[in-house]
Design a protein. Structure first.
Length: 341
């Protein structure tokens, strides 16, 4: 947006005039300095929004109407990115490509349950040229972000039926592959464990598991079980192992769950894979270092990040281009956590 009288981008002088204060006051508000009343701060922010003034951008970017920033949102908190190797590898690919393009990353967590009326701050203040939603979050929030007039990308998730760019992995085919492998190893009583909360990737993986079971005529011998905790999954596995037709193999929705379940079972004297076989999903370092090493589904996590960077940059350059839905293939990595019966 530009100054309505001149047709050129708004300046800090225009903001000061709109508010009826000095340029120094506007500068203090935008830079978080000085003792400025909350009312004045709000007037300055509203004037910036009204005039299309980007307070955090350099002069060159103001002329071009860009900030050279891309916002990364992680639901519900960005803390998980730093504790989860899956997301850190994805972020490495994302950062590598965006850095080449001279873009900065602004990282923030966002939980719609505690911010029901406001969009994230860097969107409201016009501090970014595009927004990436990383990982699973409620469809309601995805929809809210998709309606914002900014380039928007869903990374490692999707919004069905909406023209929104997304980079996802083929979880459906991956779980089909996992079931095929277990059946080939002689397993017929198999169960998949996933979390109770709604998540696009877990939904797709669950559908793939059930489709694989149906393909092998195992509809009555295979099931997807939702659990709140890994402890709950372990207790359920113990029950299923005591059935008249005991479960002999499980798949877990990710490696974190699979390795933790395996460890807890072993502490209770249940051997993997002699007593029960386990397959994970993601192929993170934890899977490779587990005892025994975990059979799992491998994902090229860095590629997801790179494809995401290329897609959001392309969308920024040409907002009117067709929507991209990119599916990253997966592969089965056979290690030592599955026994042949």
């Amino acid at each position: 947006m530009s100054n309505g009288q001149t047709g050129i981008p708004a300046t800090i002088r225009d903001v000061a005039k709109e508010v009826g204060c000095s340029i120094a006051t506007v500068s203090s508000v935008l830079n978080g300095r000085g003792r400025i009343s909350d009312a004045t701060k709000e007037k300055v922010r509203e004037a910036c929004k009204k005039l299309g003034y980007f307070p955090n951008a350099a002069g060159r970017n103001l002329r071009n109407r860009t900030t050279e920033n891309i916002g990364i949102l992680f639901y519900p908190s960005c803390a998980r990115i730093f504790s989860n190797i899956f997301y850190s590898e994805m972020m490495a690919g994302l950062e590598e490509e965006l850095t080449k393009a001279n873009y900065n990353l602004l990282l923030a967590g966002y939980d719609i349950s505690t911010n029901s009326s406001d969009l994230p701050k860097f969107i409201r203040e016009g501090s970014v040229d595009g927004v990436i939603m990383l990982g699973g979050c409620p469809d309601e929030f995805k929809q809210q972000l998709a309606d914002v007039p900014l380039p928007f990308l869903l990374l490692d998730t999707n919004l069905e039926g909406m023209p929104v760019d997304s980079i996802i992995t083929d979880g459906f085919q991956a779980e089909l592959m996992a079931v095929d492998y277990l059946v080939k190893q002689g397993h017929r009583r198999i169960v998949m464990f996933r979390h109770r909360h709604e998540n696009y990737n877990e939904e797709e993986r669950g559908k793939g598991f059930l489709a694989g079971a149906k393909r092998h005529g195992l509809e009555n011998e295979a099931d997807v079980i939702r659990v709140a905790t890994n402890d709950e999954a372990v207790e359920k596995i113990k029950e299923l192992m005591k059935d008249e037709t005991p479960v002999t193999a499980i798949t877990a929705v990710n490696d974190d769950m699979a390795v933790d379940i395996m460890h807890r079972l072993q502490l209770d004297g249940i051997n993997v894979p002699d007593d029960i076989s386990i397959i994970g999903f993601d192929d993170i370092k934890l899977a490779r270092d587990a005892i025994p090493p975990l059979t799992t589904i491998a994902i090229d996590k860095k590629r997801i990040g790179k494809e995401g960077a290329e897609t959001i940059l392309s969308r920024i350059k040409d907002p009117g281009q067709p929507t991209r839905k990119i599916m990253i293939p997966t592969s089965l990595v056979v290690r030592e956590s599955v026994k042949s019966l």
